[in-house]
Design a protein around this ligand. Structure first.
Ligand SMILES: Cc1cc2nc3c(=O)[nH]c(=O)nc-3n(C[C@H](O)[C@H](O)[C@H](O)COP(=O)(O)O)c2cc1C
Length: 415
């Protein structure tokens, strides 16, 4: 019997992914001038040859003043559709990703309060933007407070004008992606970045029309989605990456209410993840300093970190195309998630940094299951950083290690 991983999926916009395996977004840390460059394109050409059903780019920042890292590609100013040089650079990026027919989706992001002091052209003393002026909190001890103050500046509550400007920046970046020939965009609404900050009651304590109830907190995201739809072709995909919530947490029903609004607004797919810089569970680290994936008893037998939440969304929205990302390391684990009807798409990040052509093995039925699994150890934490909060340093070490793997295969080095 053929693997369910090999089945195609059609999205509401009409876009077809030829199989279920999605290369998940990974910041490559390669864009020194914050533009796509030949080395970045080399990395994507490797993924393009890898047999993926979909390629999600690493996060592209919608504002060069506010970035996730100093080396992300970013939009530098308004995009009017007239800048031929800019368009030609992004066309090359889209062509590299889609060279062998795999649709590529650009992940678009604003880090909000999580933008490091050194990431973005606003300067190290420039404040970050956020729905509310809630500072970063990575722990209550004096050490954590000092680390937080050194790493991030104080956020500033966004004004109406800020909100309008950031919506335009998301729209401009989506339009650039569409004009360049990408198949779609994914709004980065997870991992504690700006869209997640608006959705979340802990970071959004506004009392205007952008805060208060779950629906009001979702308004910023819904406006971005609606404004993007106005400027991109009907067959251009717009998806979102969102954080899961624990079933018994106070935020579970709020999150479900927001997902319902996104479904009603016609989102093409939703990627399920979790965590933030304050609790890095997307990388298998929690703020309880446990270097392990947060799994319930039931999910412990499975690989995926957020399987139970995906199944909860699936129950309420059977037609929503769901991508589940985090923890997949084997063909058996990926197939089990599909057979369990937890999701339609399997998002794969770290294994894709180690083996850019991993789908070739996953989809090759002549290779037995026990030969298609990866054992990825935790990236080592440098000795000089061991006095810092383990979950934060551990997740940082993971990101740096795997970004380095991407840079290695972009240079043609494979071991
Ligand atoms: C090097 C690296 C960079 C990442 N950058 C992003 C990013 O730009 N956007 C994003 O949504 N997630 C990012 N992530 C998180 C992954 O997309 C994914 O959610 C997480 O690694 C769990 O999946 P995995 O277990 O398959 O690695 C990154 C992860 C790594 C390892």
């Amino acid at each position: 019997m053929s693997s369910p991983l090999a089945d195609a999926v059609k999205l509401p916009c009409g876009l077809v992914f030829p199989n279920r395996l999605s290369k998940a977004a990974m910041a490559e840390l390669m864009a020194k001038t914050n533009h796509p460059n030949p080395k970045l394109l080399d990395a994507y050409e490797s993924w393009a040859e890898g047999g993926w059903g979909c390629i999600l780019t690493g996060n592209v920042q919608v504002d060069v003043d506010h970035m996730g890292s100093p080396f992300d590609p970013a939009l530098h100013s308004e995009y009017t559709g007239k800048d031929e040089a800019l368009l030609s650079e992004w066309k090359k990026y889209a062509d590299a990703c889609q060279k062998h027919g795999t649709p590529a989706i650009v992940q678009i992001c604003h880090p909000g309060r999580q933008s490091f002091r050194v990431a973005g052209r606003r300067g190290i003393f420039g404040s970050t933007l956020a729905p509310s002026a809630v500072p970063m909190n990575i722990g209550n001890g004096w050490l954590e407070s000092i680390v937080a103050a050194i790493t991030w500046s104080q956020p500033r509550e966004m004004t109406r004008a800020d909100i309008e400007r950031v919506i335009r920046q998301f729209v401009d970046t989506a339009r650039l992606a569409a004009d360049a020939g990408f198949a779609g965009v994914e709004l980065h609404g997870a991992h504690g970045y700006l869209l997640d900050q608006f959705l979340n009651a802990k970071t959004n304590i506004r009392s205007d029309e952008y805060g208060g109830t779950p629906a009001k907190r979702a308004r910023f995201v819904l406006e971005i989605l609606a404004e993007i739809r106005k400027v991109v072709p009907a067959d251009f995909c717009v998806g979102i990456k969102l954080n899961s919530a624990d079933h018994n947490s106070a935020t579970f029903e709020d999150t479900m209410a927001q997902i319902k609004l996104l479904v009603e607004a016609g989102i093409d797919f939703m990627e399920v993840s979790g965590g933030s810089y304050e609790d890095t569970r997307m990388m298998g680290y929690t703020s309880q300093t446990t270097p392990q994936a947060p799994k319930s008893e039931r999910t412990a037998a499975r690989e995926a970190y957020f399987l139970e939440f995906a199944k909860g969304v699936r129950q309420r929205h059977p037609k929503l195309i769901l991508m589940l990302t985090g923890g997949f390391r084997s063909r058996a684990g990926a197939e089990a998630a599909l057979k369990d009807n937890a999701c339609d798409l399997i998002g794969i990040a770290r294994p894709a940094a180690v083996d850019p052509k991993w789908p070739m093995k996953l989809l090759d039925e002549s290779i037995p299951d026990d030969k298609v699994q990866l054992q990825l150890n935790k990236a080592p934490v440098p000795f000089f950083a061991r006095w810092l909060p383990l979950y934060l340093v551990g997740a940082g070490a993971e990101s740096t290690y795997y970004a380095d793997q991407i840079q290695r295969f972009a240079r043609g080095l494979h071991d």
